[in-house]
Design a protein around this ligand. Structure first.
Ligand code: UD1
Ligand code: CA
Length: 453
């Protein structure tokens, strides 16, 4: 964000006390994920990009899981508990003690509105330099039950009227309240909140009423508008899928703008934190889980599942490869079809081209892992490590029983079961010697054929 310098200091308050009953879930609504990141963490992450002095998440009691999920992405988040869900105004009041010495602007956000962009929030905060309260409005195709924004001829916001409290004339207004609000320090948010009543159709303390209270004190209120897609709130699984689709679309566009080729973009799934380099080619049906980085000049072929993995420059991954957490490809690596890597580090140029499991393993520079190699890393109780040096050659269908070290330049004969360390440059093999009986096959067939006649 380059316009950061001109932003006023502010605190962000994120409302997340709602149960979200329409999700039909045991999980609080805001913990449902978009691009593998809980919705509430999308909001805290977006707010944190603008450097707020505080981020306070308001939840109902017994919702520490919401705070913890947000803190994984935004460690500085604070928690406020709203004992009873008495309305959005009451929810913001719950943040008061967490913001005791806070005198600057306050930005109120909802935890279930994950697509909001930092640019929009910056625009609102900038507007608080001239306006005491700034409300984020939208003009949805179907204004449905949103609160309506009443704006006068001068373009000033006069009032917000909730759908349930509105008559037909008000309901015909299509400028709606998204719920996001920025309140300048001068407007003294908590003084305004102290004046709220619950004398309305819902019997709730409406945050939206601070606008008319502010107006009655001669304060100035205004509207900033954004698109309906950016401001969509998630209330159901279907809306969650819609938010996911919008977010994935943005991630794909972003990857392409940064120089990646997506052959079939709509089949590639990113996580919110996926980082893709330049000149990366991604074939169809690739899934990126959390915590993946991909360097430059990388080709990811069809149908790979990649999570918790760091792929260096000039690698070829897949088709059909699975990279699990703790995997690093240093660069110039090849990981081919039906190869599974878990906590595996491949040094520069190391290759595993076919049908392998490499878990808890280090593979040295330029080493080659033959087809069907398995690191036996688990004895049913504990995990053990395999260390393979540089320029080693592991013959096909070998089992490396960990803990075990294969020295630099060693060769493992195909089909070996290696249980002891192998010294550098040694040839190790555990196969039984091959025996041959001249004409033995012929003799066998003659015997069998005699039996049949
Ligand atoms: C609210 C706005 C409405 C706006 C709409 C946009 C009010 C009074 N109305 O209505 O103008 O068009 O959002 O979506 O503000 N929450 C709490 N504690 C509470 C109540 C709510 O934390 O006691 C949280 C919810 O978890 C949710 C958010 O506040 O994240 C909004 O609450 P909700 O009840 O959905 O508000 P609406 O009635 O939709
Ligand atoms: Ca709502």
């Amino acid at each position: 964000m380059n316009s950061l310098q001109s932003l006023p200091n502010f605190a962000a308050v994120i409302l997340a006390a709602g149960k979200g009953t329409r999700m039909k879930s045991d999980l609080p609504k805001v913990l449902h994920c978009v691009a593998n990141r809980p919705m509430v963490a999308h909001v805290t992450h977006t707010a944190s990009q603008l450097n707020p002095s505080h981020i306070v998440i308001v939840t109902a009691p017994q919702m520490e899981s919401v705070l913890h999920a947000a803190q994984r992405i935004t460690p500085t988040c604070l928690h406020a508990i709203q004992p009873q869900q008495l309305g959005t105004g009451d929810a913001v009041k719950a943040a008061q003690s967490a913001l005791k010495n806070h005198k600057d602007a306050t930005l109120v956000l909802y935890g279930d509105t994950p697509l909001i962009r930092p640019e929009t929030l910056a625009q609102m905060l900038q507007a608080t330099l001239h306006s005491d309260i700034v409300v984020l409005g939208m003009r949805p195709k179907d204004p449905a039950s949103y609160g309506r924004l009443i704006v006068n001829e001068a373009g000033e916001l006069e009032e917000i009227i909730e759908f349930k409290d509105a008559d037909e004339e008000i309901r015909a207004i299509n400028l709606c309240n998204s719920g996001v609000m920025a309140i300048s320090g001068k407007a003294k948010l908590f003084d305004l909140l102290a004046q709220l009543t619950n004398n309305n159709a819902n019997g709730e303390y409406y945050l939206t009423d601070v606008v008319s209270i502010a107006r009655s004190k001669g304060l100035h209120c205004s509207v900033v508008e954004a698109t309906e897609a950016e401001l969509m709130g998630v209330n159901s699984r279907a809306e969650l899928a819609q938010a996911e689709a919008i977010f994935q679309h943005h991630m794909r566009q972003h990857a392409m703008q940064n120089g990646a080729t997506l052959i079939a973009p709509e089949t590639v799934y990113f996580s919110a934190d996926t980082q893709i380099g330049r000149d990366v080619i991604i074939q169809p049906n690739v899934y990126f889980g959390e915590d993946v980085t991909v360097g430059n000049h990388v080709e990811i072929r069809m149908s790979c599942h990649i999570e918790g993995a760091h792929i260096g420059d000039d690698c070829i991954v897949g088709p059909f490869a699975r990279l699990r957490p703790g995997t690093t490809l240093a660069g110039d690596n090849k990981v081919g079809n039906f190869v599974e890597l878990k906590k595996a580090q491949l040094d520069m140029g190391a290759q595993a081209s076919h049908l392998s499991y490499l878990g808890d393993a280090f593979i040295g520079k330029d080493s080659n892992i033959g087809a069907g190699t398995i690191t036996c890393n688990y004895d049913g109780y504990h995990k053990f490590e395999t260390h393979i040096g540089a320029n080693a050659f592991i013959g096909s269908n070998s089992a490396l029983v960990a803990p075990v070290t294969i020295g630099d330049g060693a060769i493992i004969g195909a089909g070996s079961v290696i249980t002891k360390d192998v010294t550098p440059d040694a040839l190790a093999l555990t196969r039984a010697n091959q025996h041959e009986k001249i004409d033995g096959a012929k003799a066998f067939r003659i015997k069998k054929n005699q039996g049949n006649s």
